[in-house]
Design a protein around this ligand. Sequence first.
Ligand SMILES: C[S@@+](CC[C@H](N)C(=O)[O-])C[C@H]1O[C@@H](n2cnc3c(N)ncnc32)[C@H](O)[C@@H]1O
Length: 259
Amino acid sequence: MERTLDHTLGNMLRNEIDWDAFDLTPNTKAFLKRVYASGLEKYEKRLTSLGFPGGERALDAGCGLGQWSVVLSGMCKEVSGIDVSEERVTACTAIADALKIGNTQFVSGPLEKLPYPDAHFDRLICYSVLYVTDYEKSIEEFARVTRAGGLVYISTNGIGRYLFDVVKRPNPAPDFDPRIYGLKTLWNSVIGRRSGLSSKNGAVAMYISRTRGLLEKNGFEIVKSGAEGSLGEGSAPFQPGRYFGFTGAFDILARKRES
Ligand SMILES: C[S@@+](CC[C@H](N)C(=O)[O-])C[C@H]1O[C@@H](n2cnc3c(N)ncnc32)[C@H](O)[C@@H]1O
């Protein structure tokens, strides 16, 4: 089981899998190719640097297209991935099959109501998802399903990320305009969330001190926090920590307290 990202898997990812064959919408397929075709070493480095190897049961909360789950499958005995998108969950299962990975399971569902027993996991990652969920509820659920001593790694977005989306419009796709998404998120963050007039298709910007506070309130101790990719040694950031002087993506590593 102690398979890590060896050359065989790297070779399969780069040369053997036909990423175009996956039945996905254009934006999702473009993302699939961006993530997998360059290999998964940077994800492995990140999780290793945060102490994830050696886990019994890991949860990839908001697994998207499953790259973190694939990496976790070489580090932990069992890996569960959950995502609200059935399209993505189906893709994750197909990817795991193509890569002949036997210790992952993917289900569709919301983070706000996780279909797992209490204290089930000793590793949990939630990368770039919380800001599209009802994050207070999601964090309560993370606390419920994580056992004492378990590690939780959260990466989420501050307001700078959405200013960047509006100004620079990165990676537009026929079915996704980052500028519109950024505008909706700025609206939600400044007015919508407080007034109850949130746009359904946008996110909400999060703040590091408030997120740390929510984790602490829910029984976690903060191990470290900082700009995205800054917490572990040997793992380069995937994105800037600040845009135009405002917080972009930020990371928190927390440990569940012994009650
Ligand atoms: C930006 S992607 C990140 C995916 C993955 N964690 C990654 O690092 O690539 C956000 C993901 O959150 C999922 N999502 C959105 N709202 C959700 C919710 N309430 N519960 C679970 N997943 C959700 C989306 O379907 C999408 O796959």
